[in-house]
Write a protein of this length. Structure first.
Lengths: 257, 257
DNA sequence: CGTTTCCTTGACTGCCATCAAAAGTGGTGG
DNA sequence: CCACCACTTTTGATGGCAGTCAAGGAAACG
């Protein structure tokens, strides 16, 4: 059997500053209030100091602005300090597909690892702040520290597992199960960030939820109305209050009739 | 805002041998015919020697046997030397969902990176051989070598991108587009391994294809029959011959009416 | 050779997309 | 402050795609 040339694209690191957008340089992880949620969770003092030494920039990103675009060269991973983002992949026919939503502490941009180019774009759903961490420097740091290696690996693994969960959702759930699953997911992530698990504000539109869940925006709206009339949730526009957490959970798991 | 305790589970490495199954120890990447396809693609001499020094085991896995199970502790990543595997995640209600198919050169088991436990199970679709590489040793190797780091990162990134592609498929394609997309994917991967892109043997059942594509097995069968009657493919049981590659590609992209 | 599993094809049903319209919301500028 | 416009959301009516149920046939397995 002939072995063709390896399919591994060399990762290009261009040591240029990211285009546009003023940035406050020199952020310190060691004094950051979001540290426990973020990439440096579990770092010891030496690694924290090393992260500090990177002196990476914190950028403000306004609602609707993009952090990176599909096909763009890979320079930075972005730690989401505050705000909300969506990831969007453009499909062949110009249509867009939302592949994920991101909250504070999430790390964006890892989908560029394979090809050295971003496979999706990330845009802000509200005014947000991100720490732009040069990936090459992070990789170098990981050579010297098992903690850094583990943290990066953990993020990558979490993204893989998260996408697998989304696959399960899309492949095997009906509309009600998908929407219930979505609400519970957001709820758990809000709680993990210290917010209420029972009441939160959705930053994304029905159309974006629908794209993410593989449903039309009308179906999302209808299911939310149905949940409301069943007394499971109270929905007022983008504000959601969960009234019966277990009822929602049952909506997800009731596929074994 | 209160920051809760970090959600990072410590990865447990138990230095025990993998249970059961006789194994031929001491494989050498440097003399392996699959090297160019596999994890060590792009390694230089020093890294190859280091991989050789791991002296990891090659295991034979018979059709139907499992490499690891959901929830099992993470010890090894598996480089698929020959054969075919499927990854399966069990959903809450006992139902199963195929999350991927794997061919020679693919690396299995990376979904355990996040939690230290496998998030899915891998079972062989035919008699196969895998190289069981102790992850802890691979991680240590990656501390010293940028090539090893890049190779591992590249695999992780490829898995992320691959799952994103599957998300797009499930969220936005109809049955014909999904099946066409599946056939083209298998075709491209066979070609990348030096086999014919136009004629191959599917190792998986219609039910497994359906689970992977989010379709019923009957629908998979019907779409294959339809493609056959359109002269796009010739299907005989599990043997597939692609007659009009462009026709299939058009089936995927014709969603912009 | 019998048994089991897999595949194909048909008939029917139902879930959800699509089309459509009305009501609500937010932003802008006169 | 209010009028105006664009956008989002909700709700209804309809139709189509694919799931489900069912049965016959083919292949694989022991």
């Amino acid at each position: 059997m002939q072995t063709p040339t390896p399919a591994i694209a060399p990762v290009q690191f261009v040591p240029a500053l990211h285009a546009g957008v003023p940035a406050a340089a020199g952020q310190r992880c060691s004094t950051c209030s979001r540290r426990a949620l973020c990439l440096p969770a579990g770092y010891a003092e030496p690694e924290l100091q090393a992260m500090d030494a990177l002196m990476f920039a914190r950028r403000k990103v306004k609602a609707g602005e993009r952090l990176y675009r599909q096909g763009e060269n890979f320079h930075f991973v972005y730690a989401l300090h505050s705000g909300t983002f969506k990831s969007v992949a453009a499909v062949h026919g110009g249509r867009e597909q939302v592949t994920g939503f991101h909250l504070a502490g999430d790390v964006l941009g890892l989908d560029a690892l394979a090809e050295g180019r971003h496979a999706s774009e990330a845009s802000a759903l509200e005014d947000s702040e991100v720490c732009a961490i040069p990936y090459r420097q992070l990789a170098e740091l990981s050579a010297g520290s098992a903690n850094v290696r583990n943290a990066v690996s953990h993020r990558l693994g979490a993204q893989i597992v998260g996408e697998q969960r989304a696959l399960l959702l899309l492949a095997s759930m009906n509309a009600e199960e998908r929407v219930a699953s979505f609400l519970l997911d957001i709820s758990a992530r809000m709680q993990a960030r210290g917010y209420s698990a029972r009441e939160f504000h959705l930053r994304m539109s029905r159309a974006e939820i629908g794209s993410y869940l593989g449903l039309s925006l009308e179906t999302v709206s209808r299911v939310l109305s149905a949940f409301q009339s069943q007394g499971l949730v109270a929905v007022d526009k983008k504000n959601v209050r969960i009234l019966q957490m277990e009822g929602l959970a049952r909506s997800v798991e009731r596929e074994l009739h």
